[in-house]
Design a protein around this ligand. Sequence first.
Ligand SMILES: *Cc1c(COP(=O)(O)O)cnc(C)c1O
Length: 386
Amino acid sequence: MIPYGRQDVTEADIAAVSVVLRSDFLTQGPEVPRFEAALAEACGAKHAVAVNSATSALHIACMALGLGPADLLWTSPNTFVASANCGRYCGAEVDFVDVEPETGNMSAEALQEKLQQAAAAGRLPKVVVPVHFAGHSCDMAAIHALGQRYGFRIIEDASHAVGGRYRGEPVGNCRYSDITVLSFHPVKIVTTAEGGAALTQDDSLAQSLQRLRTHGITRDAAQMHGESEGPWWYEQVELGYNYRLTDLHAALGRSQLDRLQEYVERRIELVQRYDELLAGLPLKRPGRRQDTRSAWHLYVIRVDEAAGAPPRRVVFDRLRAAGIGVNVHYIPVHWQPYYRALGFRRGDFPQAEAHYADAISLPMFPLLSEAAQDEVVAAVRAALAA
Ligand SMILES: *Cc1c(COP(=O)(O)O)cnc(C)c1O
């Protein structure tokens, strides 16, 4: 089976992790700050706070922005459940903004309309979480402008998008947001096994993220309520968690990060080949805007029944039977029983539902060979035949 995504672990990665295994610190040693410095530099952010998953990063990002039970968080329905769950962890109400048909990203127009209605009803969101679907940045300038006008804070869920660019600048530099979140799960662009990070330009948000990942504890006198009683002294100033990344994971991440641009360039090559080889078939290739360089976490085709393709389910089953590990991104989050129980229904976000209905994610990862890609294309061609 050719999987839809997989990691690339090199001898250099293995050596970097082995160094940590033989060192004094398996966690809370020097590797996490080194990884954070490398991440901050790669993304053009002032601060990077590494944690044990993107889910944890989303949670403490919401907490750092003060999201609470009286508040609203809005995100995209075309995402992994974690982008919405972070709001629920804070007790906030979650709602969704429908997507653009071409990119599957949160639509700035739909957001504007929903904000106008929310302003009239006095129920504006405190936090909006745009998700850079498949690695393609949302229209952040437009979303940021709405944030200025309607007073919400922005967390970019860039779990798919590290190494990408928007308007000539790296995703993660937070020019249009308060915090950007990354994931280092093995199917994503670079991996630490499990792991994630929150990036920000803001010193006080960074302090808050650092405290929240480790129990709400600080050893910094400036953040303490009382006087330090000696070198052993620390204060828990709020309720945090143990969301720390280990030095083993950080060493893997830093070694992987050396190849970030190589990875993205390889993904772009594979996209160009898919675009050429799939031309003329009854499917839509993934949309993109000129101002964005996608990191291409996913290559999502849309099965075009109107152009003569069989139903998505048939195409999907044929591809799996042919040994192609295709997948579907994403089941609309508001369809999940947990969110249905909160009042959402099928039909609530028609563009995200239409995207789900005909989407298939083809294999896309740096180690995918051209021969294997040709095999995928031949299977797609056969699966699309009547
Ligand atoms: C993978 C993913 C997450 C969660 O990442 P973890 O590191 O597994 O917690 C969140 N949001 C999106 C969009 C993702 O793809």
